[in-house]
Write a protein that binds this ligand. Structure first.
Ligand SMILES: O=C(O)CCC(=O)C(=O)O
Ligand SMILES: [Fe+2]
Length: 418
């Protein structure tokens, strides 16, 4: 049965990597600010939340930076402040702050030349003289502010529609003495305030990525680690700690099938290839609209019996990482997806399910290229034989092209029962 909408293309997201690139390469220009604001306006509809007062480059696709500092000499920077019109958002009101995580950062890196980027008190946040506007600016600081935690509700602003950049001004500042700028984030509602704080925690670990690092970003003390709070769980004697890919809030997990199930993967592939030979279209079953070579195991006699232990294992893992009691799978699940020279990859899209499982059925030496690309994690995940990925179906991802060989995945679209 054809299910044209199961993988949904999301064209507005596809442009985001460009925005990211623009920010990395030329984020110090006013033009870039404009580009980003326009991008934000283009890509966001409905409720947009602008988070004022924190840098975060770990939201590459949703954090659109309007602030910048560029080295004009070894000891000075030019920072930019801007005016945002919030007059058209009558419901603008403060919400929670992320400053607690700034304090945590300071504790963690006490000797680093790290200045908490923002506190509400450094900004003049409030209606400007033009009644319709809100001026966000921060006076230079003579001394680095000490860690302190503003009350919740200081420096975030909720708005109902995208902000409008009215004016950008450049202000001189002394490096390591002050820092003033701000960063509106456009958030799409999937992030809670708590998650925002976690995201904020990661900011200083990406030295080099953000162009301002020269001034106040300490070098990362260690590479971006696995989850700070890895979720581990036990299955039939197995202790399994999923590796977290990207930021934990993205909920991308890499796991492995137990060894005893691996041989089943080869048997399933043999069954699929034999079955495809019998079909007029071969692998071209038109099960889905974006991926082009898929076979539903339910259509191949005997296959579900072989796949059942794997399916159960995947389901249990999905339950564990999602805190769900049970999973329900769609029709045609699991299915096997084949990439070869006729179908090399799949564009950015999201899957119409709560959790997607992608299980690698090919050995790494049998193909070149290929991987699961998550723009929000800025990562291409390459699985080894028997490894599988769990990710929210709604998280944008794509399959990067293979350039040689054949890459098979077992894919499961799952819905959670809580
Ligand atoms: O090729 C991949 O790794 C991703 C496949 C995918 O996104 C899908 O099957 O929906
Ligand atoms: Fe997908």
């Amino acid at each position: 049965m054809r299910c044209a909408h199961h993988r949904q293309q999301t064209p507005f997201r596809q442009e985001i990597p460009q925005v990211q690139t623009a920010r990395i390469s030329q984020a110090t220009t006013q033009q870039n600010h404009k580009v980003m604001v326009e991008a934000m306006q283009r890509h966001r509809d409905g409720a947009v939340r602008t988070h004022v007062g924190a840098y975060d480059e770990h939201l590459p696709s949703i954090a659109l930076s309007l602030s910048s500092s560029s080295s004009s000499s070894s000891s000075s920077v030019t920072s930019t402040s801007a005016t945002i019109d919030v007059g058209s958002f009558p419901n603008a009101k403060p919400t929670a702050t992320t400053a607690a995580s700034v304090a945590t950062q300071q504790k963690r890196y006490p000797s680093a030349p790290y200045y908490p980027p923002y506190y509400a008190s450094h900004h003049r946040v409030g209606p400007s003289s033009s009644a319709r506007g809100m001026v966000l600016a921060s006076p230079p600081q003579k001394t680095p502010p000490t860690a302190r935690v503003p009350k919740r509700g200081h420096n975030d602003i909720n708005i109902r529609s995208p902000p409008k950049l009215l004016r950008v001004t450049s202000l001189p500042a002394r490096c390591h003495e002050s820092r003033f700028a701000f960063t509106p984030f456009a958030l799409d509602g999937r992030y809670s305030d708590q998650e925002l704080q976690q995201l904020q925690e990661m900011r200083s670990r990406s030295g080099g990525y953000y162009p301002n690092y020269c001034c106040s970003y300490p070098p990362p003390p260690h590479p971006y680690p696995m989850a700070s709070h890895p979720e581990s769980f036990i299955h039939s004697g197995y202790r399994c700690a999923p590796e977290v890919i990207g930021h934990p809030s993205l909920r991308i997990f890499k796991l492995r099938l137990p060894m005893e199930h691996l041989a089943r993967l080869d048997r399933i592939l043999e069954g699929c290839e034999a079955h495809a030979k019998e079909l007029t279209g071969g692998w071209r079953t038109e099960l889905y609209s974006l991926t082009q070579q898929d076979l539903a195991l339910t259509d191949i006699p005997g296959m579900m019996d072989i796949a059942m232990p794997i399916l159960q294992y995947l389901s249990r893992c999905i339950c564990e990482v999602s805190h769900a009691e049970a999973v329900r799978v769609d029709r045609n699940q699991p299915h096997v997806l084949k990439y070869d020279q006729n179908h090399t990859g799949v564009e950015l899209h999201h899957d119409r399910c709560d959790v997607t499982a992608n299980l690698m059925m090919s050995r790494s030496h049998t193909y070149v290229g290929g991987g699961t690309y998550f723009p929000e994690a800025n990562t291409v995940v390459r699985l080894k034989f028997g490894e599988f990925l769990l990710h929210p179906g709604q998280l944008i991802h794509g399959g990067t092209d293979i350039t040689r060989g054949t890459r098979y995945l077992m894919v499961l679209f799952a819905h959670l029962k809580k």
